[in-house]
Write a protein that binds this ligand. Structure first.
Ligand SMILES: C[S@@+](CC[C@H](N)C(=O)[O-])C[C@H]1O[C@@H](n2cnc3c(N)ncnc32)[C@H](O)[C@@H]1O
Length: 363
């Protein structure tokens, strides 16, 4: 198994000159850009479910001025909607801030007192009761019980892969590049693409299990326009960093071997790559639904003719066939800021009930 970044990766903590807190303007802009989509998604969850208690999660929250931005957004939207609907009931909101255990959670927790006073002043009577807790762990695994979360946000964190991509022989030799570059061997480009695909699939599977029906999530991350991985902006930025490292090798400050074996666990995908993973996961869920219905209806007839022994194998092959079929259906248009809604249970069942093609967006 490759070198996982959990336990190694964390942003620079505290509030000093090189800290993430003092250097997160770019991510702040991303949050600002995604604001209308975030508002629409969180408002949609509240209006459709009107929950008494809401579980809201910010994945990869880091520590800095952006960390409590999502908390503020959600408090704002829910407070205003509650007033416009004239509802007496105060929804209680439980915020979960997630990041790796090495994240400077203490910095975040220390800022909560000031934050509380600030929102009380700003929001006054619109403020609904809320609680904030930290959840250390990787979002490439399960973090919450089944169907317990109403809303997930993930800003500027899904570019990080779960591990440094590897080739068949282990460490990827990448011509002294540290990311996918024009001079990277094809094996390197493919290893990065495969790692992104595996990680995003795992991420979607975990969140699908954790979201309650009708809940949503908003994902924003750096993408690239060009279809060929080395041609993106990030490729250019990391190319210049590789050049700087090479300069230190020339000066004898770092060993060449160290540079040759260094690759970043980071990837900026194209829209097509993201679309393919979402569509694939979507088709797998839909395939399972369709197979569930078909099996429940036709198993007795098939078993009577072919015997019980073949049933599990038959329906497992059938599920793969249905997923493949759904993958060929026309897909929707996706944005790089992606808002996903987990369907209501009834709707998932209806899909299993009829036209398989209509299930093409089952996420
Ligand atoms: C660039 S920061 C973004 C922070 C914040 N969301 C923002 O918008 O400013 C990325 C954060 O994602 C976290 N991260 C990366 N991979 C992660 C994973 N697998 N599980 C949890 N957190 C992760 C990093 O530790 C880091 O704090």
């Amino acid at each position: 198994m490759g070198k996982r970044i959990e336990g190694i990766l964390h942003m620079v903590g505290g509030a000093g000159e090189t800290s993430y807190a003092s250097n997160s303007k770019f991510q702040e802009k991303v949050l600002h850009m995604a604001k209308p989509i975030l508002e629409e998604a969180i408002g949609g969850v509240y209006m459709s479910l009107l929950p008494e208690r809401m579980a809201v999660v910010d994945l990869g929250c880091s520590s800095g001025p952006n960390t409590l931005e999502v908390v503020s957004e959600v408090l704002d939207v829910i407070g205003k909607l509650r007033r416009s609907l004239g509802r007496q009931e105060m929804p209680e909101i439980l915020f979960f801030l997630n990041d790796f255990p090495g994240n400077d959670f203490n910095h975040v927790f220390r800022s909560l007192g000031d934050y509380k006073r600030k929102v009380e002043e700003e929001k006054g009577k619109l403020l609904v009761p809320y609680y904030v807790v930290g959840v250390p762990g990787s979002f490439y695994g399960r973090l919450f019980p089944s169907q317990s979360v109403h809303f997930f946000n993930a800003s500027s964190c899904l570019n990080w892969l779960s591990q440094v991509p590897e080739g068949e022989q282990g460490v990827l030799l990448n011509n002294k590049n540290i990311y996918v570059a024009e001079t990277s061997p094809l094996e390197v480009v493919k290893a990065y693409q495969d790692q992104r695909q595996r990680d995003l699939s795992e991420f979607l599977r975990c969140r699908h299990a954790e979201l309650t029906y009708g809940a949503r999530m908003v994902l924003s991350f750096v993408g690239r326009k060009a279809s060929y991985p080395p041609w993106g902006d990030m490729g250019h930025l990391f190319g210049l960093l590789a050049e700087a490292l090479s300069a230190l090798v020339s000066q004898g400050i770092i060993e060449e071997d160290k540079l040759v074996t260094f690759n970043l666990p980071y990837y900026a995908p194209s829209m097509e790559e993201v679309k393919a993973v979402i569509h694939r996961e979507d088709s797998i869920v839909s395939g399972k639904n369709v197979v569930g219905y078909m099996r429940a209806s036709f198993q007795p007839l098939i078993a009577e003719h072919f015997g019980d022994a073949i049933l599990d194998e038959l329906f497992s092959i059938y599920a793969a066939n249905i997923s493949r079929h759904l993958l060929q259906q026309k897909s929707k248009h996706y944005q790089f800021v992606i808002s996903l809604k987990k369907k209501e249970k009834k709707k998932e069942e209806e899909e299993a009930d009829g036209d398989a093609a209509a299930a093409a967006a089952a996420w």
